[in-house]
Ligand binder design. Sequence first.
Ligand SMILES: Nc1ncnc2c1ncn2[C@@H]1O[C@H](COP(=O)(O)OP(=O)(O)OP(=O)(O)O)[C@@H](O)[C@H]1O
Length: 856
Amino acid sequence: MYSPIFLRRCKPLPDLLRSRGLLTRLMGGGPRTFPGGINKWQWKRLHEKKAREKEKRLLEHEKQLYQARVRTQIRSKLAPQPDPKLSPESASSSTTPSPMSPTAHIKALADRFMKAGAEDLWNEDDGPVSKAANERPGPVNSRNRRPGSINSPVDLRGLISGGSNSIRAGENGWKYSKGRNFSVQAFQGRSDSVRPRQRKFRRNESSSGDDDDNEGDTDYGFFNDPEKSAKKREGLKKDSLNVRDYMGSKSNRGGLKYLSNVRDNEDDGDYGFFNDPKKKLEVSKDSRDGRDHMRSNRGFSDRKEKRFWRNDSDDDDDDEEEEGEGVSVKEVGSRAALGKYDVKVTKRVPLKDFEDGNDIERIRLELQKRKEELNETYEEESVLSEKRFDECGISPLTVKALTASGYVQMTRVQEATLSVCLEGKDALVKAKTGTGKSAAFLLPAIEAVLKAVSSNSRHRVPPVYVLILCPTRELASQIAAEANAMLKYHDGIGVQTLVGGTRFKDDQKRLESNPCQIIVATPGRLLDHIENRGGLSVHLMALKMLILDEADHLLHLGFRKDVEKIIDCLPRQRQSLLFSATIPKEVRRISQLVLKKDHMVVNTVGLGSVETPVKVKQSFLVIPHESHFQAVYHLLKEHISKAPDYKVIVFCTTGMVTSLMFLLLREMNMSVREMHSRKPQLHRTRVSDEFRESKRLVLVTSDVSARGMNYPDVTLVIQVGIPSDREQYIHRLGRTGREGKDGEGILMLAPWEEYFLDELKDLPLEKIPLPLMDQETKHKIDDSMSKIDSSMKEAAYHAWLGYYNSIREIGRDKTSLVELAKQFSESIGLQKPPPLFRKTALKMGLKDIPGIRIRR
Ligand SMILES: Nc1ncnc2c1ncn2[C@@H]1O[C@H](COP(=O)(O)OP(=O)(O)OP(=O)(O)O)[C@@H](O)[C@H]1O
């Protein structure tokens, strides 16, 4: 072991140790390589790839089952009606429920997708619906449930009635909510509550190591392998027991209440729902409208009959049927069997009517309809909870500071996360934009520091206890400012930011002269400090808590490598918290590398609720590129005339296009500021502060302002051109309608960009008609554009081309993209598209594309 004195004297030692893999071990980490010499991230990706392949296989299998079902339906239509003169025995078989009608089938699928926790089954973010088309059709069934659905056997509709119990209160848009509609789910690894016979599978399962967790999301290969199948079913059951229902009921009011006894749930089997007499009532009601296949066990009491219907049974299946109470849903799933309708003599009917994709469309519509029904319930969704900060066991000095800042009541996300975080659990938290996530992670962070400080442990260097990572410099400053406000009455606890755009040496001086316990940093600069002998690694050795704000962004492409490296240098014995308003599935998977296995998932975006603030009016406008500048001007003028205290953000695709838009609007005498990554940090900070404080101002910006920035009372957000993805659209839009207030968002697309609307089809966007733009304004715009320096326009052209060329989903071949870029260049007044450097053209894959000019 290395003595602390030795470590202090030897400054570059951490790098030396790290290079030999010793630092990680000193900090509690294990080996950093995996079989084959790959690192853990590569290892993880390898397994992700395997899981994807498995998923593909399963989908294929499900497709086959679906087709089998369709054939069954066709045969059932063609089958002869039961003869009343038949013997009683044969007559009884005629009471066996008939196979589902296509409509019932669609309803069943929609039901399945609307189950709590089933968002993983068919998330709109997860890609084209054709995937969902391959879902194994049929009712909910412990066998055909995909793992994503396992977490919530709870019937959503039953829960909502309690969850919508909200009342209006307070000013400026905040409302109190009595009901809760957020969910807290635990990922607790193995449950002890399995029966001995089932344990044999569990042992196998655990032997496969870490990757099992991942399989929970993606391994659907169990249809092919009986043993795996049994294992998987067991896993499903186990996981379903871990759900902690946190949806609002009257008994939940005034405090968090989990269904803490997991075994209680177990008694219900996978479907606690069926044991509730009220729900049983619903069962019979539903069965009248054709959904009996989901909920009724009518016709399945006879063992013989079961066998008759099943074609894929095995012994284990029988065991599970006996375990279940009330309904046996499994047999229903086996209706893919042909049963008595398997009369091969019957002429087959063409399948095209069933397979032309109409079914998918109908499923989508049904799903949409139900979501809308749910949204109506959530309409009165509130941001504030009833709980006050002084009731939640945090330091009185923090409460005092919060009160001084005007925070008395907690927001729902704060209420939902605080107890989880104070318990020391890792958590993945999703809550809508502007709902107070920053305070939700800062409060436990401060508590962690207070606890660590009071533990009196001696450190040879001032320790950093909390590290907060976020994607932009302005956001880091904003979080640090909020933390400082909360620490107002805590003497001796400091916060520092480490962000790019400042001198590295200055950072070091600050760290030395003002030791701090909390660091808020952007990944690049933090990594510089860790890698460039900044000595920060040693300070981080005592780290207690890691927080990733905008976690999905930080774990996505641009940042991921840096974040991985940073995490590798942190002690493993820490609490990790991930926060964002959007958590796509792939991020959820990768998040498991940061989070412990038994982490909690807190989601305050009500199930079935839209991911955007309900009070923000969203619309889109389709207009050719050449009119975009004029249309923006027009929309701004119109908005200003309606909202005298306007505060507008205009998002552009890139920094240079932002600059161009800014210059143009300035030429048109608008009160406007610009903000993007090409501006010096001093300018960015000044503009950010100014915009935060002001009214009657337009901020033209790139995505540097898209996430986390809290500019109060923004009245309108305009997005010009497609955002990089759906998540970015949500975050940009989220700059308005914060804290439950009203807001408005307009997305402006060129006709060929309309495809992007598909990504947003579950959001309430309305099309607005083309504005009536007069010739006089057009001349003014052209005139102003002609005054802008052509070097700026050339840079904007290059940036435009680079941006759209980088979006893979764009579905355009390079030649037509270059043609569109040409149109853009004309719209900004360039005679011809400016040339590209050969190297750039090569890098962009555009070198030999017609229309691309290469610089000599
Ligand atoms: N308990 C509270 N009471 C009153 N105001 C609050 C409370 N919590 C947060 N706020 C205010 O709500 C606003 C939004 O908070 P915050 O910036 O943390 O939202 P967010 O959820 O992190 O948004 P984003 O997803 O955009 O990052 C801020 O102005 C903050 O001061």
